[in-house]
Design a protein around this ligand. Structure first.
Ligand code: A3P
Ligand code: MG
Ligand code: MG
Ligand code: MG
Length: 353
C-alpha cells in the first residue's frame, strides 16, 4: 500500500511532538510571544515544529515543508531559545525503535533554529510538500481548551496523508460530543487521540501513547438521518469565523442544538469520528486567506471518513496555491449525503447579507 512509511513517520512525529506540547500545556508560563499579525506563539509551538521538521528531514530529505512558525524572533531571545531546547531534548518516545525511525536527535540550539526555519517553503502545485501546524488552536492551548498538532503530506496539490494529534479529546470515538469539550481541556491519563488518513485508504483513530503507536481502528462519519438533529462545530474565536452567520445557517436547517465550540482541527477529527456532524467556518474578514496548515490534515481525514469538505461557494479546498488557500472562502464540512443541503443553506444566508 502506498504512503505507509510517510504515514508511520507522520504519526510517530506528531505523537512525539504532543509529548512536548502536553508538558507546556501544564505550565503556567508558556513563553508566549506576539507575532506580527498579533497572534500568539509559545515555546510549545516552536518546540513541536523543530521536532517534527527534524523527523521529516531525516526520512524524506528531498521534501519541502510549509510550517507555520519561523525562528527570527527567537534568535534575539536566548532565554526562550534555551527553554525550547530543554523541551526538545526531553521529548523522547518511550520506544527505541520508534525513536530511531524518527532519526537522530537535534544536536544544538543552532540546529534546532535551522529546523524551525526549514518550514519556509512557499508551497505550490508541484512536488511533495508537508504542511505543518505545530500547535493549531494556540489560543485554545493558552486558554486551557482544545488544540491539535497537525501534519499533512501534499503531493502535486493533493493531500495524500493527514495526521492530527489531539491530546485533550476523549479516546472513545463513540462518545457523543460533550457540550463543554472545548473548555477545561485536560490531558489526564486516558485522554488524547491520534487521527490519521491516507488518500483512498480510509481514516483511523488510536489512543495517543508515550511510546510506539497503539492499535488503530477505522472511523466514519455518523449518518445524519434528520438534519434538525445535527450537532455542528465551530471555532471558539469569533474573530476566526462568523458565529452569527453560522447560527443563521443552523437556524435555516432547523438545527436546534447549540453549537459545540472548540479550537483547532479537533473539529475535523470530531466530525470524522461521528462525535459531531458538521463543521462550519464562515469568513469574518473579506481579506483573510485561510492557511493550508490549518486544514490539510483535517480535510483528508473527514473526506476519508465519508465526508465532503468545500468552501462556502462549494469549491473543494485547493492546497496548490501556495501557503494559503488563496482561492477559497471559509469551510463547510459535512457527511456526503447532506453536504449539498448544508451548502444550500450557507449560500442562502451569505446571499441574503
Ligand atoms: N481572521 C481569521 N480568520 C480565520 N482564521 C484565522 C484568522 N486569524 C487566525 N486564524 C487561524 O485560525 C486558526 C485557529 O482556528 P480555530 O479558531 O478553529 O481554532 C489559527 O491557527 P493557530 O492557532 O495555529 O495560529 C489561525 O491560523
Ligand atoms: Mg498561529
Ligand atoms: Mg493553526
Ligand atoms: Mg499553529
Amino acid at each position: 500500500m502506498p504512503y505507509q512509511k510517510e504515514l508511520k513517520v507522520a504519526e510517530l512525529a506528531v505523537q512525539r511532538a504532543t509529548l512536548l506540547t502536553k508538558q507546556v500545556f501544564h505550565e503556567k508560563a508558556k513563553g508566549t510571544l506576539s507575532k506580527d499579525d498579533k497572534s500568539p506563539v509559545t515555546i510549545g509551538d516552536f518546540g513541536a515544529q523543530a521536532l517534527i521538521i527534524q523527523a521529516i528531514r531525516h526520512n524524506f530529505p528531498q521534501d519541502e515543508i510549509v510550517g507555520e512558525e519561523e525562528a527570527s524572533t527567537l534568535r534575539q531571545n536566548k532565554d526562550l531559545t534555551k527553554q525550547i531546547w530543554s523541551l526538545v531534548e526531553g521529548a523522547r518516545l518511550d520506544d527505541a525503535e520508534a525513536e530511531s525511525e524518527l532519526g537522530g536527535p537535534l544536536e544544538s540550539t543552532e540546529q534546532m533554529l535551522q529546523a524551525i526555519d526549514a518550514g519556509n517553503s512557499g508551497g505550490g502545485a508541484k512536488g511533495r510538500i508537508w504542511a505543518l501546524d505545530p500547535i493549531d488552536g494556540t489560543k485554545g492551548f493558552l486558554r486551557g481548551g482544545q488544540y491539535a498538532v497537525c501534519l499533512a503530506l501534499i503531493e502535486d496539490g493533493d493531500v495524500k496523508v493527514g495526521v492530527l494529534g489531539c491530546p485533550n479529546l476523549p479516546v472513545d470515538d463513540s462518545a457523543p460530543l460533550a457540550a463543554d469539550v472545548g473548555e477545561h481541556g485536560t490531558d489526564e491519563e486516558g485522554k488524547g487521540v491520534l487521527f490519521a488518513a491516507v488518500q483512498g485508504q480510509g481514516a483511523t483513530s488510536r489512543p495517543l501513547s508515550r511510546g510506539s503507536l497503539k492499535p488503530s481502528q477505522s472511523i466514519n462519519m455518523k449518518p445524519v438521518k434528520d438534519i434538525t438533529d445535527a450537532t455542528f462545530c465551530e471555532s471558539v474565536e469569533a474573530g476566526h469565523s462568523s458565529h452569527a452567520d453560522q447560527a443563521a445557517i443552523a437556524k435555516k436547517l432547523g438545527i436546534t442544538r447549540t453549537s459545540v465550540r472548540m479550537d483547532s482541527q479537533a473539529k475535523y477529527g470530531s466530525i470524522a469520528r461521528g462525535a459531531g456532524d458538521l463543521y462550519l467556518r464562515l469568513p469574518v474578514s473579506k481579506t483573510y486567506q485561510e492557511k493550508i496548515w490549518d486544514h490539510a490534515a483535517g480535510d483528508l481525514i473527514v473526506r476519508e471518513a465519508g465526508g465532503q469538505v468545500t468552501d462556502a461557494e462549494g469549491k473543494r479546498l485547493d492546497f496548490s496555491k501556495g501557503r494559503t488557500l488563496a482561492e477559497n472562502k471559509g469551510v463547510v464540512a459535512a457527511p456526503k449525503a447532506v453536504h449539498e443541503q448544508v451548502l444550500t443553506a450557507v449560500m442562502e444566508v451569505l446571499g441574503s447579507k
